[in-house]
Design a binder for this molecule. Structure first.
Ligand code: SF4
Ligand code: SF4
Length: 241
């Protein structure tokens, strides 16, 4: 017992005091700022996933490789802002001159304010989003302090959190897991693969019809999504104080 207490004192308090307000390292490529006079077509030619459109940059497609910023730093600057999630797909497009994304509107705080359980389906991503989702629950980020848990059984969950672009051989497993979650249930897309197909978007091995049958309520950008983005998004979605 004495040794346990000594170890506890030696380790100190490990968790981030408040993951919703903590400053993040300045090198983190989060929400970009696009100059109002930026040449979006030129930026799109540089982009490996063609994430720019006439309205701005689609963060649901961006894989945060940094090429556009390195080549045209006077046009675009990725800020260390991890609040890169929205409650609607179209809100992920950030326009030139826009400084932040619209706040996430809570879905139904009376149902899920204090507790929100998610089941992850890893549908053929590179495993980095799954690692970051796992890290969200570790002693450092401690997502569980807000009542947010990743569960093993879909029967015990409120939502499905999808990572990966959905390959053919994961399409049925995704549907079966979704069917097993009791209603009301929510769909969360985590990472650019889940939102848009990401770097795999052009692959003939994808089968993403699930997303045309069921509408997602929460979109978390990133490649991979950062634990702080995940916690910010789900906490806001819950309407928790
Ligand atoms: S950081 Fe995003 S927008 Fe820029 S080149 Fe890479 S994928 Fe494209
Ligand atoms: S979004 Fe990026 S990090 Fe996440 S699974 Fe896809 S390739 Fe991997």
């Amino acid at each position: 017992m004495i040794n346990l207490l000594k170890a506890r004192l030696r380790h100190g308090y490990q968790a981030i005091p408040n993951p919703l307000t903590v400053p993040i390292h300045e090198s983190f490529p989060g929400l970009p700022y696009i100059q109002p006079d930026a040449d979006l077509e030129k930026l799109n030619r540089l982009c490996p996933v063609k994430a720019f459109c006439e309205k701005g940059l689609d963060l649901g497609k961006c894989v945060f490789c940094g090429i556009c910023e390195r080549e045209e730093p006077q046009m675009i600057d990725f800020k260390p802002n991890y609040q890169i999630a929205t409650d609607a797909r179209e809100k992920l497009i950030i326009a030139p001159g826009q400084e932040k994304l619209p706040p996430i509107v809570p879905i139904n705080p009376r149902l899920i304010r204090r507790s929100f359980a998610l089941r992850n389906v890893s549908a053929a991503g590179c495993n980095a989003c799954e690692l970051e989702l796992g890290a969200s629950t570790n002693v450092n980020f401690d997502m569980g302090r807000y009542g947010i848990e990743i569960e093993a059984s879909p029967r015990h969950t409120d939502a499905l959190i999808l990572t990966g672009p959905i390959s053919r051989n994961m399409a049925d497993a995704l549907q079966i897991t979704w069917n097993a979650i009791p209603s009301p249930k929510y769909l969360v897309l985590c990472g650019s693969c889940a939102i848009s197909g990401g770097i795999f978007a052009q692959s003939s091995e994808l089968k993403r019809e699930f997303l045309s049958r069921f509408e997602a309520q929460l979109f978390i950008a990133g490649c991979p999504a950062h634990p702080l983005s995940i916690i910010y998004a789900i906490h806001s979605f819950m309407g928790a104080k």
